[in-house]
Design a protein around this ligand. Structure first.
Ligand code: UTP
Ligand code: MN
Length: 494
């Protein structure tokens, strides 16, 4: 509470000061303080205090207001009043959020304890996921589990996103991905277009697709795309390990339409990765199960600990987010001995080779140089030592057997495995970056840049205002630096 002596002192300073409009530091936050229970003089004092710290405070409640702050715990009367004002997307917060924000000198992340829950049953029928909160445009401020209540819509939107990606049309591609991601976060299924009102990132085009699906059970635009020859061919070619959109496009332009055509064409030169991609296509295009991932974890654990018993092995990627199936299994391997991590990865690969289970290995040595850090470009690819593997997994090592085609009697399958090995002091950043999802990572970076003036990547977090790097030993430290409520890995399936 703000009745601490320090706050009193500050209040006098504000009162004696020349009244003037303070500079607004937080453009996207407009407060309104509810006078009921608070009283007029305290409200006026808190208003001055907030303005002196760069917060915009509105005197009247209008749709400009983003955060309503109240000391009134009689939530039902507050909500009755707010309901008449018809502001479904405003945040309704307890005074504790306000005092926390004043103490920090910036709007702190809204936590559940800050929210004044609505107790009116009619309000609960509104389309917001939790009464009293609205959906953030940033995936890193949403909790998205693997349960997708809107798959019928998100599958369709992702087809369109992908088709724009094939055409290197980034704007609409991102727009459709963001829209799909918002829908994935909803704890309810969209049953009519009205329910999407107030949700961020849903443009006209997206709404038209949703409406089509609601009316006809499918989208004709998406179906047309799915039967488009170019889309089908690029989709097919990029499904091969080592074949990206550029190569796929090149093959398509040469008139190639099938694997057999690509393999028979004299002008097509496959690199080592693509050769392995074709060789193991059946296996590695089939999803990896959780049981298979667990078995690979044991294999990697053993290989790593045979070299350095104190090393850390962590499953990351989709399996860390609780997915049942993945396209590969991602591991972070690190040594507590600074500088050991690179050598460790090479030794692990040697160990796996001695077991004769390495079907393909592309090792990339570290290009990470901590002394060059401030000049680093903050991009998606990181500079840690890593390897992209295809491993042979025996059925006998997997609880419940392999996830393989019916009638497959080989007793083994090929699986894609990625290992990355950051230095220990970069571990938290690497773990956060490799846990994904891609959309979650994209929005973490966008949020850091646009909302906090910070640069985030798999190596570090840089505060542009303070011109310094922020240290972190856990993911929680990084969320705290960003002023974000912690999101658990299984809530990052954006
Ligand atoms: P994946 O492509 O493995 O995705 O990358 P996933 O979420 O695990 O999904 P599936 O189940 O395998 O399809 C995992 C994360 O690692 C990051 C990606 O951005 C993604 O968030 N990553 C991957 C990097 O940061 N750098 C890389 O070089 C590769
Ligand atoms: Mn993965």
């Amino acid at each position: 509470m703000l009745r601490a002596p320090a706050a009193r002192k500050r209040s006098r300073a504000v009162e004696v000061g020349v009244p003037r409009r303070e500079e607004v530091k937080f453009e996207d936050v407009r407060l309104f303080l509810v006078e009921r229970k608070m009283g007029r003089s305290r409200r006026s004092f808190l208003t001055q205090l907030a303005r002196s710290k760069g917060f915009a405070v509105e005197d009247v409640l209008s749709d400009e207001v983003t955060h309503v702050v109240s000391e009134d715990n009689q939530a039902s009367s507050l909500w009755t009043w707010l309901k008449q004002k018809n502001l479904p997307n405003v945040h309704v917060l307890d005074i504790s959020w306000f005092t926390d924000s004043m103490r920090e000198g910036r709007p702190v992340a809204m936590e559940t304890r800050h929210l004044i829950q609505d107790t009116l049953p009619t309000w609960a029928e509104r389309s917001t996921p939790t009464p009293g909160t609205s959906v953030s445009q940033y995936a890193c401020q949403r909790r998205t589990t693997t349960e997708n209540n809107n798959k019928i819509f998100t599958d369709a939107l992702e087809v369109l996103a992908e088709s724009y990606e094939f055409n290197e049309n980034e704007g609409p591609c991102l727009a459709f991905r963001r829209a799909a991601s918002v829908l994935k976060s909803l704890p309810w299924a969209v049953q009519n277009l009205g329910a999407t009102q107030g949700l961020p990132c849903l443009g006209e085009h997206t709404k038209a697709i949703i409406e089509e699906i609601l009316q006809h059970g499918r989208s004709f635009e998406v179906e047309k795309m799915l039967s488009d020859e170019r889309y089908q061919t690029l989709k097919l070619f990029t499904s091969v390990f080592g074949v990206g959109p550029k190569t796929a496009e090149k093959w398509y332009r040469r008139g190639l339409r099938s694997f057999s055509a690509a393999l028979a064409d004299r002008s097509v030169h496959l690199n080592r990765m693509q050769q392995s991609g074709f060789l193991h296509y059946g296996d590695i295009s089939r999803a990896v199960s959780k049981a298979e991932a667990q078995s690979l974890r044991n294999i990697i654990d053993e290989a790593v600990h045979a070299i350095t018993p104190t090393a850390i092995v962590a499953v990351t990627g989709g399996f860390r987010r609780g997915k049942e199936f993945g396209h590969d299994v991602d591991f972070i391997v690190s040594s507590p001995e600074a500088g050991e991590e690179e050598r460790l990865l090479e030794d692990v690969i040697d160990g796996l080779k001695k077991q004769h289970i390495v079907l393909f290995c592309d090792y990339q040595a570290s290009t990470f140089d901590i002394t060059k850090l401030p000049s680093h470009s903050f991009d998606a690819m990181d500079h840690f030592a890593k390897c992209f593997l295809i491993l042979r997994l025996e059925a006998s090592q997997v609880e419940g057997g392999l996830h393989c085609a019916e009638g497959d009697r080989r007793g083994w399958r090929a699986v894609r495995v990625d290992l990355v090995s950051p230095p220990m002091d970069r571990y938290a950043y690497a773990l956060l970056g490799w846990t994904g999802s891609r959309q979650f990572e994209r929005d973490l970076r966008r949020f850091a840049r646009l909302k906090r003036g910070m640069l985030l990547d798999n190596h570090a977090l840089y505060d542009k205002t303070k011109k310094e790097f922020l240290a972190a030993t856990t993911e929680k430290d990084i969320f705290a630096h960003l002023g974000l409520e912690y999101i658990e890995p299984w809530q990052r399936n954006a």
